[in-house]
Design a protein around this ligand. Structure first.
Ligand code: GLN
Length: 189
């Protein structure tokens, strides 16, 4: 029985829970998703959804979940989407305390006003068809180093990266009903 935690301070928590449970179903994995709100619980993998990274970070610190995640980070796969991607990064252009789990530099709200939110067909390394990627006031990954490698780009901008058992996306994979990103993440277990 696999347990996937979804940090549930704000953002599209429910959508991630539904999508990861559907992905488990589709792969014949027995398991469930658990929202993590007040304290850390024992999980096999963790998803940090989008929202406002500053708010999520301060609530994580306040509840002690921030330190708990840092303790278990080497042992379980963690996926951060949008604000979650910001939280995984080692460097950010704006003062937000991050978990510093991936060798990447991130710029918040990097797509500018007229493109605040948009959807595109994204080619992702290892995926045989493009993924419908939804960007909402999205950050960009400006550079990666060390073991962190790029999985998807829009022009020269990095929008998805992987480092060992950590996965970071600047877009929202939980909004279109396409299960492939969550399936890919579950395969990292
Ligand atoms: N703009 C948000 C931030 O900087 C991220 C947006 C999102 O998660 N959809 O934290």
């Amino acid at each position: 029985m696999i347990k996937v935690g979804v940090t549930a301070f704000q953002g599209d928590v429910e959508e991630h829970i539904i999508t990861v449970e559907r992905a488990m179903d589709s792969m014949g994995i027995e398991g469930r998703a658990i929202p993590i709100r007040e304290k850390m619980v024992d999980v096999d993998a963790l998803i940090i959804p989008g929202g406002e990274s500053t708010t999520i970070s301060s609530l994580m610190i306040k509840t002690g979940i921030f330190e708990e995640i840092k303790k278990i980070a080497d042992d379980i796969p963690i996926m951060g989407t949008c604000a979650g991607c910001i939280l995984l990064s080692k460097e950010v252009d704006y003062a937000v305390k991050t978990l510093e789990l991936m060798d990447m530099e991130v710029e918040r709200n990097a797509f500018g006003r007229q493109k605040d939110s948009f959807q595109c067909s994204l080619d992702i390394e290892g995926f045989d068809k493009p993924f419908p990627a939804v960007f909402i006031r999205a950050p960009l990954i400006k550079r990666v180093w060390g073991n962190c490698r790029v999985m998807a780009k829009i022009d020269n901008d990095i929008v998805m990266a992987k480092e060992d058992n950590k996965l970071a996306l600047t877009f929202h994979p939980e909004l279109t009903g396409d299960l492939r990103i969550h399936q890919y993440f579950l395969n990292m277990l």
